[in-house]
Design a protein around this ligand. Structure first.
Ligand code: HAM
Length: 421
């Protein structure tokens, strides 16, 4: 019985079985840069997303999972994390304290998109947001932390595309110029309608016949006001100082409406139809759009599944949770009773340990030990118990030694040949 369309299960041995380790690895650089852990609800009022993400976006018009609660309030499963994290930070008054407020998060997001490889209806993001400071050095930090996240996982083919979308001073005039340019082109009805809603979105049209007509379209980067241009230069200088290479992407259009100035995407060519593994940008007007005070912000979100598909495409193993160190095999009732306490002692000492449950006999239990992936089996028979020792089997070297029962935890803690953590 499969789950709903566009969903998948995380279980050992499944394609996204290692996603918890990947989430943790992706957020490790942000943790080291002072981004504190945050969680906001998985559902929020529908209005929060329509105002925050934007009425003209595909996300709001076509992709939200919206439902009424029992009091007939309209709620929506979060399609992204930024709006909810910002709402939570404002609600808690964090913006009145030390700035920037630096937050990181991880969790499922929901978009009713047409499912395909790398595109799901429930998918996982990790993200970070830096609130309250408009400083291009912070933009550079944010962009670099995403870059570092992929690099530390071992990915070598991620590219960073970056541009500026201008601000309230320079974008309206640019938007009007682009709209005027588009009216002169031979575009189908649907595209015209999109151009009216948001002409920038047409720039992102992948169809060659549309792209051919867009060769001479005006570009935002050529129309930036001086402060926006200076900001962009300072960001790229900061990236150079951090050793992060980027590609200018003057036609980059994001699927969410809240962006201004610095806007970027991390792309990977090994994923088939989807190329964006992560993306983000500055959103200085978002707080006001959702009813908050003026508060600048910048952040990103990285797609966990697409990151894992990129790892597979580059043949880089995903980080794994540390496995079992010890598998205890009791033989006989008295040994079983003692083994239950023994695995407890091992675990309290920080040694990952499991026990052969189900009284399968020596052969079945040893097979279970082999399959468990543990470095050692500890075999404890009733005779061993009388002698006060256990048989410690190194399952990789196939060697066996007798170790005093009471000294086992100390013996394994001191062991540095693998297995203990
Ligand atoms: P986004 O570009 O919409 O940005 O999503 C970020 C990443 O989530 C994408 O690059 C992709 O890897 C992944 N993703 C999006 N939709 C799907 C899907 N249907 N299936 C699988 N993966 C998907 C945001 O969500 C912004 N909140 C990022 C941000 C944070 N901007 C500022 N702060």
């Amino acid at each position: 019985m499969a789950g709903p369309k566009g969903t998948y299960d995380v279980l050992p041995g499944t394609p996204f079985g290692a996603s918890s380790s990947v989430r943790e690895a992706l957020l490790a650089p942000a943790r080291l840069a002072g981004y504190a852990y945050a969680e906001a609800p998985v559902f929020e009022s529908t209005e929060l997303f329509s105002r925050g993400v934007g009425e003209s976006t595909d996300v709001v018009t076509k992709e939200m999972f919206t439902f009424a609660d029992r009091a007939d309030r309209s709620l929506t499963l979060r399609p992204e994390g930024t709006v909810g994290v910002l709402r939570a930070a404002l609600d808690a008054g964090l913006h009145k304290g030390q700035l920037p407020v630096k937050l990181r998060y991880a969790g499922p997001m929901f978009r009713a998109e047409r499912p395909q490889a790398g595109r799901y209806r429930q998918f996982q993001q990790v993200g970070l947001e830096a609130l309250g400071v408009d400083d291009p050095a912070l933009d550079a930090e944010v962009v670099a932390l995403g870059w570092q996240a992929y690099a530390e996982l071992g990915l070598r083919q991620v590219r960073l595309q970056l541009t500026s979308l201008g601000d309230a001073r320079c974008r309206p005039a640019y938007r009007a110029a682009l709209a005027a340019h588009l009216t002169g082109l031979d575009l189908d009805e649907d595209t015209r309608r999109r151009a009216q809603l948001n002409p920038l979105r047409v720039l992102d049209d992948k169809r060659p016949e549309v792209q051919a007509q867009l060769a001479d379209a005006p570009l935002m980067v050529d129309a930036l006001c001086d402060p926006c241009r200076d900001h962009l230069t300072a960001v790229t200088d900061g990236l150079a100082a951090l050793g992060v290479p980027y590609e200018p992407a003057p036609r980059l259009v994001r699927g969410l409406d809240y962006y201004m100035r610095t806007t970027f995407e991390y792309v990977h060519d090994g994923l088939g139809a989807q190329t964006a593994v992560g993306g983000g940008g500055r959103y200085d007007g978002l707080s006001e759009a959702i009813g908050g005070p003026p508060l600048p912000g910048i952040g990103w979100a990285l797609g966990v599944e697409r990151t894992m598909l990129a790892l597979a495409a580059e043949d880089v193993p995903a980080p794994q949770e540390p496995g079992l160190a010890v598998f205890v095999v009791p033989l006989g009732a008295a040994a079983k009773a003692r083994s239950v306490g023994l695995v407890g002692d091992l675990r309290r000492a920080g040694i990952a340990a499991d026990l052969a449950y189900g009284d399968r006999g020596m052969k079945g239990a040893m097979r279970a030990a082999d399959r468990s992936g543990a470095a050692y089996a500890v075999v404890l028979g009733d005779r061993d118990l009388d002698a006060g020792e256990v048989q410690l089997k190194d399952l990789r070297a196939h060697a066996q030694v007798a170790v005093p029962l009471e000294g086992l935890v100390r013996h394994l803690s001191a062991d540095d040949t693998g297995g203990t953590q």
